[in-house]
Each structure stands twice: as structure tokens, then as C-alpha cells.
Design a binder for this molecule. Structure first.
Ligand SMILES: [Fe+2]
Length: 441
């Protein structure tokens, strides 16, 4: 299997003043046990699945190639075919490919050139295993699988997390991958996924890397392979965009299919007929078209879903950063009143690099009928101290500093959010009762 592959550290061959760099690498060796070196890879790699609006019947498959792609096909089936291309019942054509933009800094950081590639699987059956391989110019990937979202009122779980970047780009890390915390969180998700087949996807509250330039996304996609289970189950992604994700590399590598406008990054994922996740984009206007769309969307979703969740990057109720910062204030002024009017059950926010669960909030006050905000990003980014004097994180809310991923269970009788720490410890466990039972006979 290509997945979870570690690369050997080659002989650096440094001379003269480069000995200094060599000594840095030696010190990394003592710091990190699993350094990976950026190397050209043959055939399709960084293979991932994105969910957008209708994950019970549609998925985007994306991958990287080192060389320009001439022809490529995704072969898929509801049974394993062990990579025997002629045996797969379905195919998806390459829909979009191109050279990934490289900046001067990318070249300095010794990241290999790459090409993005995307295909759409359509007409899928709900709640079904799809085994697939990617064939690209004659090279075939290992077979993997994912499970489509249910189209019945099944109780499902998802991961929610954000902020999987580290600190500023550091030239000492040229050509190596220092994201030990992110890798640990990805291994944790793989473990949890293997234990709990009811986890369907990872919704990501953004700030995937320091920037969306290739030297950061390359390693993000590389590390994401660690979330794949030993038996080849891939964790689909539901993507949002953050302030560190503004480069063109985001559009190039996170394509949401032909039905969504390029670069918009706000949409609803209908996870089951009773669970809707609305992804919003804090990096474009909070008002205007997006707010209008949000109002219409929430108005039509609320009566038809037991659980209505939103995710976006910059928090309305930050536990670390300035409460009166521009984007936070705009989210509170223009989106939060809609969350309250349409009784959103849960809002997931990132950006702060901490763990929090607010009190239920309505009209700027603690109110049992209000909205609970969880966050704020712990998928590997260094954690910050929280301001525990803020009223909205007082008990029974909470705020602390810890790497984490949320495991969210959408049950018929409750919405359970558990923040799971890097050692698999439960850092927070909360159950929310349904506000209304929609669409019930
Ligand atoms: Fe951010």
C-alpha cells in the first residue's frame, strides 16, 4: 500500500556552509522520530475524497501527480475488485487537472512540483461502501474505500476539527515534515474510525496549513493519508476556508465539483435526511450574497432536519482572540441572529487554537434556548491559553488549551459532542436535546 508510507532520510551531501543546515537536521532527528522527506512519488498520490452537497450519492475524488496528467480514470464498485480495472462496474473521468502553483518559497522549501487532479463520482447508492482505485497514465493506486452518507434516518457520527497547521514557515524544515502533532491527531482519527464505523467524515473548520501554498498543502495531504484505516477506509473531508487558506492553491486542490461555483466555499451538506451541516466562509463578505443565501438555506433546512449544524472559521464567540475583532463582530452581527432565529443546534468555529464549548447563547446572553458554539481548532496547531474570564465559557461551558478533535454523534434523542484529546482521553462530553422533532409522522 502507498498509504501511511514513511520516507527514509537520504544522505544530505551538504558541503561547507551547508554543514549548518545538516546540524539542524541532526537535531530534528533527535526531536522527531518520524521525519518524512518530500520526494517525487510515482503515479497518483495524496488520494482523498471530498463531500459537498449530497454525500449520499456524490463524492469528489482528488489526487496529486508529479507529472502532467494525460489520461486518468477513477474505477469504483460496491465490491472490492483488488485493482483489476476491467472488473469495476463504474468509472469517473478526470474532470479537472493542472499544474499546482509554486511560489519562490515553495521552491526554497524543496517541495516537489505537483499537478492537481479531480473527478466526480455521481449516482452513488446511499450508505454503501465504494471501493475505488485511481488510474493515472497507466499507474494504478492501491484500492481504498469510503462509505457514502445514509439516505435514511440513521444515527451517524462525524469528526469536526480545525487548525491543522503549525507555526510560521521555517527554512530549517526545508524538505522535511515537522507536523508531529498533526500526524498524531490523524493517527488518532484513524484508530477511532476503525473502532467506530458510524463515523462518516471529517468536517474541517479551516486553517489547513500556514498558507495554502504547495509547501504546506503537500504535507497536509501527505499526513491526511494517516487517517486511512489499515483496511483502506478513507475519511471523506467537508472543507471550509480560513484566513490562512487564501492562496490560489486552495482552489486548485480543494475542488468541490461542477455544481458549486469555484472559490465560493459555502454550501450545505445533507448528511442524512435529518442532519444538515452548513459550511460558511468567513474569508469572503459575511453580508451580501452569502448572508442572503444563509437565511434562505436555514429557513428551508430548519423544519426538515432534526439536527442543524453550521461550521466556519473565525469565531463569533472567541475564547482566545479579541472579542471585538472585525470578523468576529461581523459574524455576531450578521450570522448569529440568523442562527438564533432558525434555531441552529450547534456552531463549530476554529481559528483560536484552543478547546471550548460555550454556554447556549441567545441575544448576547446565556439562554437555555440559545446556540452552543464549539471549537476552536486543535488538529495539530500549537495551542494557546484561553481567556477563562469570558462569560460565555463559564460553567457549564468550558475552555482550555489542548489538542483535540470533536466526535459528534447525531442521535435521535440527543446531539453528543465529545472532545477527544491526543491520548484518546475525553476532554469534554456534552449532550444536547433536540429542539424540535422535524419531519416525524
Ligand atoms: Fe485562522
Amino acid at each position: 500500500m502507498n498509504i501511511n508510507k514513511k520516507y527514509a532520510i537520504p544522505s544530505p551531501g551538504f558541503q561547507g556552509m551547508r554543514m549548518l543546515t545538516f546540524s539542524f537536521i541532526i537535531s530534528f532527528l533527535s526531536l522527531f522520530s518520524t521525519l518524512s522527506l518530500a520526494t517525487e512519488r510515482e503515479g497518483p498520490y495524496h488520494i482523498r475524497v471530498l463531500w459537498t452537497q449530497n454525500p449520499s450519492k456524490h463524492a469528489v475524488v482528488s489526487w496529486t501527480t508529479s507529472v502532467p496528467t494525460q489520461t486518468a480514470t477513477v474505477y469504483f464498485d460496491t465490491q472490492s475488485r483488488d485493482g483489476e480495472l476491467a472488473a469495476y462496474a463504474h468509472t469517473a473521468n478526470l474532470a479537472l487537472t493542472g499544474e499546482i502553483t509554486l511560489t519562490e518559497e515553495d521552491l526554497k522549501m524543496e517541495v516537489p512540483k505537483g499537478h492537481y487532479n479531480h473527478a466526480e463520482m455521481k449516482g452513488l447508492k446511499a450508505d454503501t461502501r465504494y471501493y475505488f482505485v485511481v488510474e493515472s497514465d497507466g499507474k494504478v493506486s492501491d484500492e481504498m474505500y469510503f462509505i457514502t452518507a445514509p439516505d435514511s434516518d440513521k444515527e451517524i457520527s462525524i469528526f469536526w476539527g480545525g487548525d491543522s497547521r503549525m507555526g510560521a514557515a521555517d527554512p530549517r524544515y526545508a524538505g522535511v515534515n515537522p507536523h508531529e502533532n498533526r500526524k498524531a491527531m490523524n493517527r488518532l482519527m484513524s484508530d477511532l474510525l476503525a473502532e467506530n464505523p458510524n463515523i462518516y467524515a471529517l468536517a474541517h473548520g479551516a486553517d489547513w496549513g500556514v498558507t495554502a501554498d504547495w509547501r504546506h498543502l503537500y504535507w497536509w495531504f501527505h499526513d491526511h493519508e494517516l487517517t486511512t484505516t489499515e483496511d483502506g477506509r478513507v475519511l471523506p473531508l467537508i472543507a471550509s476556508r480560513g484566513n490562512h487558506d487564501r492562496s490560489i492553491g486552495f482552489e486548485e486542490n480543494f475542488w468541490l465539483g461542477e455544481d458549486l461555483p469555484t472559490g465560493q466555499y459555502y454550501y450545505t451538506s445533507q448528511l442524512t435526511p435529518e442532519v444538515a451541516l452548513v459550511t460558511l466562509n468567513t474569508e469572503v463578505s459575511i453580508t451580501g450574497d452569502q448572508r442572503q443565501w444563509l437565511e434562505k438555506e436555514l429557513a428551508s433546512l430548519r423544519p426538515n432536519n432534526r439536527w442543524l449544524m453550521v461550521q466556519y472559521h473565525v469565531p463569533a464567540y472567541p475564547a482566545v482572540k479579541d472579542f471585538n475583532a472585525t470578523t468576529a463582530s461581523r459574524v455576531r452581527n450578521f450570522w448569529v441572529p440568523l442562527f438564533e432565529e432558525y434555531q441552529v443546534d450547534l456552531a463549530a468555529e476554529a481559528d483560536g487554537h484552543c478547546l471550548k464549548r460555550t454556554l447556549p447563547i441567545k441575544g448576547g446572553k446565556h439562554d437555555p434556548d440559545g446556540v452552543i458554539y464549539i471549537g476552536e481548532g486543535g488538529l495539530g496547531v500549537p495551542q494557546r491559553d484561553t481567556d477563562n474570564t469570558r462569560w460565555f465559557v463559564q460553567e457549564p461551558g468550558m475552555a482550555t488549551s489542548a489538542h483535540h478533535v470533536f466526535l459528534i454523534d447525531f442521535k435521535k434523542d440527543g446531539l453528543r459532542t465529545r472532545a477527544i484529546g491526543m491520548e484518546k482521553e475525553v476532554l469534554d462530553d456534552h449532550m444536547l436535546q433536540p429542539r424540535m422533532v422535524a419531519s416525524q409522522e
